[in-house]
Design a binder for this molecule. Sequence first.
Ligand SMILES: [Zn+2]
Length: 110
Amino acid sequence: MTQPKFKIRKGDLVEVITGRDKGKRGEVIRVIPKEARVVVQGVNIRKKHQRSYTVGGQTVPGRIIEFEAPIHISNVMLVCPQCNRPVRVGIRREEGRRIRICKRCGNEIG
Ligand SMILES: [Zn+2]
């Protein structure tokens, strides 16, 4: 298998299970399959300093931009809406579709 299939998708609610942001929850904004990384809303915030610059004779002051840096997909777990906690996810195949199942309560996550 050359392309790993991830159980986490854009729009999912996930919880960080390790690292600096452990316990934080947020929505997945972006999945980067090539790097096995995800960008999660409000998680792994980095600050970038933007220098002031001049546009049409007007100076735009420098500022600090906050943005979410990608974290490794293994550092987050999907939150089951039924259990309201991070859970392991199983896959059930049905009519060619992959349906994600909470391994704890058996609920379909979709
Ligand atoms: Zn569940």
